[in-house]
Design a protein around this ligand. Structure first.
Ligand code: NAP
Ligand code: MG
Length: 482
């Protein structure tokens, strides 16, 4: 069984488990704070070995595979992931603390990414460009080489799917640095992929601390692209490190996404998604719809109905599969509680969910919290909280809604609910965001749908066919033949 909990996990380099020069880190269960395993803490030397293994793999059978064969291999890995979906979900639930149903969704998404990108490998066609008489010009997509992937703890399997799998589909070789709090499914996935036939060195996993392993990977001179998902501050440091050797980066950073409801919206359809978009994965979702903007005509009604839904949200152990699990760590819990304190001081707490008695007092649980009377410039309406906290803000008309919606440094996702098609189109054009949902909101959903930010939410697109372009070098071939 590839996806079971191993008490001690070494690095995964060149298809083998190897000891780390940098020691190990404890893996904590966020539901009760207990130590459930230990994983390697890579240092710069380990990262260098992983990068060399990836470089070496590019010169081996991996580099010779036809795109169709590469696609078949990814599809085969996808089938293996689907078979192991339950143990993968169990592993993620205990490592990240997410309700098992949500972890199952993440395992399914990883399988689906492998299916999608498996089918896409042989569809990245270049073009032929009409030029001068006597010339033939064409373009082709080539792998960039070694790609480095630094990912956060909130959705390890989904982010492996949209970042690592897309890079593999383009024929790159990968070094993956998972978050220090959640490395287990990265290792499990690497083992599953190799058991399914991925050649040694094509996917290397180096768990470790961001300031050591992450920094070493971003700054490594033989890495050709860095894909980073995480906070804006660390993203800027990664970009600077990658700039030292002039390689491209994809930055998937945070958000404070507006979820906008007009008076004429279908409230029955909107309400469940307003709640889910803000509280999925206990709000630890970059695309969480954490700012709920409501037109005045339905404001009181929505606040009342949202409040009763928020009161009903229960946080509890992942295997109880309630609406919320614990947050990733005590540190994150304290951070979120501080935002709740700020909200209570200046705004009105309209509703609070519960923590069930079965939850351990050592777990990092925070109740879902809904705030009203929140000035749009207040910190809880401006900063990414990354916990189950939503604010509700009234607006008068389209201009006013846009003003508030576009009034943060972020621009990841936006959602708009209205029965007026022309209004939806106007809003979709003017919202500053990488993705806009109209009469829907899918935090992190849809493997086919290009995803990424503007402003402080980052740049570059992952997911869909667009991701393949990020992980490819376009070559133009100019032939003068007379
Ligand atoms: P983070 O602190 O930025 O960490 C992200 C990753 O970067 C982790 O693997 C981390 O390692 C590593 N890292 C830390 N310092 C580094 C450095 N100096 N050089 C290179 N790598 C370094 O973010 P987080 O707190 O784990 O995750 C929460 C944030 O991620 C939120 O802001 C959220 O919005 C964002 N996020 C964005 C998306 C998106 O798609 N836009 C998706 C998920 C999360 P350690 O684990 O050791 O710190
Ligand atoms: Mg963990």
């Amino acid at each position: 069984m590839a996806a079971t909990l191993e008490k001690k996990s070494g690095l995964f380099i060149a298809g083998r488990v190897s000891e780390s020069a940098g020691g190990s880190m404890d893996v904590l269960d966020p539901a009760d704070g207990s130590v459930i395993a230990a994983v390697a803490a890579a240092d710069a030397e380990d990262v260098d070995r992983a990068v060399r293994a990836a470089r070496h793999a590019l010169a081996g059978p991996w580099g010779q595979l036809s795109p169709a064969d590469r696609g078949r291999l990814l599809s085969k890995i996808g089938a293996a992931v689907a078979k192991q979906a339950e143990p993968l979900a169990q592993l993620e639930a205990s490592d990240v603390g997410k309700p098992i149903g949500q972890a199952r969704g993440d395992a399914r998404a990883l399988g689906r990414y492998l299916e999608f990108y498996g089918g896409a490998c042989d569809k990245m066609h270049g073009e032929s460009i009409p030029y001068l008489p006597g010339y033939t010009v064409f373009t082709q997509y080539e792998p960039l080489g070694v790609t480095g992937h630094i990912i956060p703890w909130n959705y390890p399997m989904q982010i492996i799917g949209r970042s690592v799998v897309a890079a593999l589909a383009m024929g790159n070789a990968v070094v993956l640095k998972p978050a220090e709090q959640a490395s287990l499914t990265s290792y499990a996935f690497a083992r599953i992929a190799h058991e399914a036939g991925l050649p040694a060195g094509v996917l290397n996993v180096v768990s470790g601390y961001g300031s050591i392993a992450g920094q070493a990977l971003a700054a490594h001179p033989d890495v050709n692209h860095v894909s980073f998902t995480g906070s804006s501050a660390v993203g800027a440091a990664v970009q600077a490190a990658a700039a030292s050797h002039a390689v491209p980066v994809t930055l998937e950073l945070g958000g404070k996404s507006p979820h906008i409801v007009f008076d004429d919206a279908d409230l029955e359809a909107a309400l469940p998604l307003l709640v889910a978009a803000a509280t999925q994965n206990a709000g630890q979702t970059c695309s969480a719809g954490s700012r709920i903007l409501v037109q005045r005509g339905v404001f009181e009604q929505i606040v009342t109905r949202l409040a009763s839904r928020f009161k009903a949200l229960r946080a509890g152990p992942p295997l109880m599969d309630l609406e919320l699990g614990p947050l990733i760590s005590q540190k994150q819990r304290l951070r979120v509680l501080e935002y709740i304190r700020l909200g209570r001081a200046d705004c009105r707490l309209a509703a609070e969910g519960s923590i069930v008695p079965e939850a351990s007092s050592n777990g990092s649980y925070v109740p879902a919290s809904l705030f009203v009377d929140v000035p749009p410039r207040h910190r809880i309406a401006q900063e990414e909280i990354f916990g189950p906290v939503a604010v509700v803000i009234p607006f008068d008309d389209e201009e006013h809604a846009l003003d508030i919606a576009n009034g943060t440094p972020f621009g990841l996702v936006a959602g708009v609910w209205s029965a007026d098609h022309a209004r939806l189109m106007r809003m979709s054009r003017r919202l500053r965001a990488g993705q806009v949902f109209l009469n829907d909101y899918g935090a992190a959903g849809g493997v086919e749908l290009p995803f990424g930010g503007v402003g402080r939410s980052g740049f570059g697109r992952e997911k869909g066919m667009e991701a393949l372009r990020s992980f490819a070098a376009l070559k133009t071939v100019i032939s003068r033949h007379g």
